[in-house]
Design a protein around this ligand. Structure first.
Ligand code: C5P
Length: 227
């Protein structure tokens, strides 16, 4: 049975402050999205990839995305991230076993992390990569005064990959549609469904390239990993 990856890359990247959406900016000589696709191409466990991009970028992306032979389809995204991933999901065959969702702008995911998430999703139905918080956490009011310190014990920062049995994600979409529920990631939809959601270790290097400074950091990480 098929293991499919959905790579949402249909955001407008407004926080980056550039004309080109961040997923198409170059990182050590090639688009960020292409780095991400290359990792999924290399990951032996993944059979096929669906890439989700802005409707007006589909042609441009097809040019480089299809150099990864596992890319089965390039589809147009939606208004919110959840819509974009759902568009990718709708392009999958119903006999797909496992669906790996991974942000196009997290190019430093590793094949090992993807494989660990597939294993956990097979066992538990749904799994997300995350890392425990190491900073002190404060609740801050609108005037920027500290209200209180939040106990960080048990608090994790969530990343992707987020990986699901196909049937579980399908059920999560049906429930979200019925309740007009929106989450910031797919894991949230599983919580809304009331099903178990396993956490697997993410990585401090698995950054989401969101702001201009992330690109500088990204160049450094790429250098480090190339050594
Ligand atoms: O906006 P955020 O940083 O959470 O985006 C995470 C990923 O989701 C990015 O790769 C972005 O391109 C994608 N996205 C999308 N469709 C949207 C918004 C974000 O595919 N409408």
């Amino acid at each position: 049975m098929t293991i499919a990856a959905i790579i949402p890359a249909a955001g407008q990247g407004v926080r980056m402050g550039t004309q080109i959406p961040k997923q198409f900016l170059a990182l050590s000589g090639k688009p960020i999205l292409q780095h991400t696709l290359d990792v999924f191409q290399r990951c032996a466990a993944v059979d096929e990839i669906i890439v989700v991009v802005p409707a007006n970028e589909m042609e441009a992306v097809r040019d480089f995305a299809t150099s990864a032979s596992k890319v089965k389809q390039v589809v147009a995204g939606g208004e919110q991230r959840q819509d974009s991933v759902r568009h990718g999901f709708e392009a999958l065959d119903a006999d797909t076993e496992i669906v790996v969702v991974h942000d196009g702008v997290r190019p430093f995911v590793t094949p090992e992390m993807i494989e660990a998430s597939i294993h956990a999703a097979r066992e538990e139905g749904a799994a997300i990569a995350a890392i425990p918080l190491s900073d002190t956490v404060k609740k801050v009011d609108k005037e920027q005064f500290v209200e209180r310190t939040v106990d960080r014990d048990g608090l994790w920062r969530v990343q992707t990959p987020q990986t699901f049995r196909y049937a579980v994600l399908k059920e999560a979409y049906a429930r979200a549609a019925a309740d007009a529920y929106y989450g910031t990631d797919e894991g949230t939809l599983i919580e809304h469904l009331g099903r178990p959601l396993k956490v697997i270790p993410g990585s401090e290097l698995n950054i989401k390239i969101t702001r201009a400074e992330d690109l500088i950091l990204g160049e450094k990480i790429a250098e480090l990993l190339a050594r």
